[in-house]
Design a protein around this ligand. Structure first.
Ligand SMILES: Nc1ncnc2c1ncn2[C@@H]1O[C@H](COP(=O)(O)OP(=O)(O)OP(=O)(O)O)[C@@H](O)[C@H]1O
Ligand SMILES: [Mg+2]
Length: 328
């Protein structure tokens, strides 16, 4: 019988604020709010997988004893399929109930609040005001700019940011230890690189790697992610630079990348873009980097509008060689 293992993102979701990695200033401010009896409405904004829902749940855990949680907390999603009218009704119905037990407030956690139309947000603002004595909102969104300013001005705003390499690695190491995995630094770095600061994505990739082997190396990570090795992309670029460029070697690298990883022309543009942006100055003169990036954006546009990717990428390599030659 196949048993499905629980998602590690859920089983390793921090239960309290102390366990949250990174977001240091936010966590400190939240701890101060939690210690007080009174606290304001809150607005959490920021990219995916960085701890917004986690912090909202941690607050709930810190404020209410387990027996009072279900009656005092409501979780809603503004992009709910049932439609915003149902959500609005749910919000109103819950907001007006008197808190139960020892608590002075109930909490409504409204996720994806930036998906609400401006009309719905104005209605929400009225509800926030009307039941302010007994209900606190935690609004969660990716973009705070999409929340109307009368709501923003009534909330303490917390801007979450992508997690740093140290934060992501420390959480991955912690989980790896609990799961009795062996994982080396290079593999941890690769997990961070592809996650772009999103810890949910990094943990999912760790779990996928662990399903292959408990000894996780960078090769395993690349394998599960169909991830392109940065060095292979860089090799293609390097062939175009210096005093002895080699067009056919660069072209060969590009072809191998497309075939072995099944990349589309636009995927490849993205990888080239990332490497060109990251290569150190002693490997690529700044002026060549700038020209190459600008040419690449044209290639991207042309492929998107239907040009042949191979022709476009060949032209890109040829132009990069010609720009680099002027520097030599
Ligand atoms: N700062 C963090 N500290 C510890 N674990 C985290 C942190 N951020 C994310 N995680 C892990 O990633 C998972 C997803 O995080 P969370 O649900 O908080 O993301 P989010 O910021 O709400 O993202 P989204 O915008 O996609 O809803 C959590 O269950 C947890 O395992
Ligand atoms: Mg969330």
């Amino acid at each position: 019988m196949v048993t499905l293992e629980r998602m590690w993102t859920e089983s390793f979701r921090p239960r309290n604020l102390d366990e949250v990695v990174g977001q240091t200033e936010i966590v400190e401010r939240l701890k101060q709010f939690v210690r007080r009896v009174d606290f304001p409405h809150m607005l959490f904004s920021g990219p995916p997988g960085v701890g917004k829902t986690t912090c909202a749940e941690a607050i709930v855990n810190e404020i209410y004893p387990p027996s009072e949680r279900s009656s005092n907390v409501k979780r809603l999603n503004a992009s709910d399929d049932r439609g915003i009218n149902v959500v609005r009704q749910d919000i109103k119905n819950f907001a007006r109930i008197i808190p139960s037990g020892s608590s002075s407030y109930k909490i409504i956690i409204l996720d994806e609040a930036d998906q609400m139309t401006s009309d719905a947000q104005h209605a929400l603002r009225q509800t926030m005001e009307r039941y302010n004595e007994i209900t606190r909102f935690i609004l969660i969104c990716n973009y705070s700019s999409r929340i109307i300013s009368p709501i923003q001005s009534r909330c303490a705003i917390f801007r979450f940011t992508g997690l740093s390499i140290d934060d992501i690695k420390s959480r991955l190491k912690y989980i790896a230890k609990k799961k009795q995995l062996q994982i080396d630094e290079e593999a941890l770095n690769a997990l961070y690189e592809s996650s772009e600061g999103d810890l949910r994505q990094a943990i999912n990739a760790l779990q996928a790697s662990a399903s292959l082997t408990p000894e996780i190396t960078v090769e395993v990570v690349y394998k599960v992610q169909g991830y392109v090795k940065p060095t292979e992309v860089r090799a293609a670029i390097m062939e175009c630079l210096g005093s002895q460029p080699n067009f056919s070697a660069a072209r060969k690298h590009i072809q191998i990348l497309m075939e072995s990883y099944g990349l589309s022309g636009q995927d490849l543009v993205k990888h080239l873009n990332r490497e060109l942006g990251k290569m150190p100055e002693d490997e690529i003169p700044e002026s060549v980097r700038f020209s190459a990036l600008s040419m690449l954006s044209e290639v991207d546009y042309r492929i998107a509008t239907g040009s042949n990717p191979q022709v476009q990428l060949d032209a890109f390599l040829a132009k990069m060689i010609s720009v680099a030659q002027k520097q030599v």
